[in-house]
Design a protein around this ligand. Structure first.
Ligand code: BDR
Ligand code: CA
Length: 314
């Protein structure tokens, strides 16, 4: 049984990744930690709690608030993409479950130390909490089973600046610490989302026909994303960065090609801030530090997503 701690800046597709982890046959979601990122921090906490309630798991998965700011510099939130509440302007009611008192950084450190070699840490947000955990207790790098992250882009366009992807751009200093930590790391970049993790009109129509609480939730939390994609990107559909990452964590068949590469983050202040440089040619002569996902199965991902949205287990 895979044991997962998930770090999220809960908005839009983060909720679907959370739900997928809770519906996994072969995994247990043991804790959710919250990082600054998409929207107002307290609202991110509420969104995680509400998602747990929608999944029918209220009180079963603890939520630990963490870093409210990146390590060194401020960032901008993206309500324009996810809605003011991060949930497509759904304005859902407050969940019954409340957040834990324990800080996310301590929750990560304790979970890994209590079960060396067993915890899979999944990152679908900026990496501030994980970097702070590594700084507070560097020993966890050797004890974590695996670290997966959604972020960066491999020789591809960015989505928040010309070249940078949002999760890395928010806190490149943290990402740099994490990528150089020695943990076994897998990267799912923005190009994987654009190539294999888009949900278009026929798929959205199929989801509309499902009429389950999960499918209605999916459509609601993605409402604003769909508008944004159409107006800003000319794509009628939604994107699934965090849920395709979770699908890769849960099901090895979703990542169809990976390569071990040296990856470095630009944490400077210029136009390339937040860019992930994947050394494809080995030009830097550095030991690979990341297993980079190069291809994924759109079909396998969609099968899992649909199964979950129909109320099934994945
Ligand atoms: C990532 O940025 C956020 O807006 C999403 O939640 C996702 O984790 C995509 O670049
Ligand atoms: Ca996210």
């Amino acid at each position: 049984m895979q044991r997962i701690i998930l770090d999220t800046d809960t908005a839009g597709d983060d909720t679907i990744a959370i739900m997928m982890a809770m519906r996994a046959k072969g995994a247990r979601l043991e804790g959710i930690t919250i990082n600054c990122g998409n929207i107002d921090f307290d609202q991110e906490v509420e969104n995680a709690l509400y998602t747990i309630e929608v999944a029918g798991e209220s009180g079963k998965v603890p939520v630990y608030p963490g870093a409210r700011h990146p390590l060194l510099k401020e960032w901008r939130t993206v309500e324009d993409i996810h809605g003011t509440d991060g949930m497509g302007n759904s304005m859902f009611p407050r969940a019954r479950q409340r957040p834990e008192r324990k800080h996310a950084v301590d929750a990560i450190i304790d979970a890994i130390n209590e079960s060396p070699g067993e915890i899979t840490l999944v990152e679908i947000a900026p990496m501030t909490n994980v970097a702070l955990a590594l700084r507070k207790d560097p020993g966890i790098a050797k004890k974590v089973k695996e670290f997966y992250f959604m972020g960066g882009a491999n020789q591809y366009l960015g989505n928040v600046t010309p070249a940078a992807e949002f999760n890395i751009w928010v806190d490149p200093d943290a990402a740099s610490i994490v990528l150089n930590s020695g943990m076994p790391i897998t990267m799912v970049g923005w190009e994987i989302v654009m190539r294999h993790g888009l949900i278009g009109v026929p798929e959205l129509e199929e989801i509309e026909r499902m009429k389950t609480k999960e499918s209605e939730f999916y459509l609601a939390v993605n409402r604003q994303v769909r508008k944004f994609m159409e107006i800003e990107r000319g794509i009628d559909g939604t994107s699934c960065p965090d849920s395709i990452t979770m699908a890769i964590v849960l099901n090895p068949e979703v990542a169809t090609e990976t390569r071990d590469r040296f990856v470095e983050v630009d944490a400077g202040d210029g136009i390339s801030r937040g860019v992930t440089w994947v050394d494809e040619l080995g030009a830097l002569k550095k030991k690979p530090n990341v297993r980079v996902v190069y291809q994924a199965s759109q079909q396998a991902f969609r099968r899992m997503l649909y199964e979950m949205l129909r109320g099934g287990r994945v």
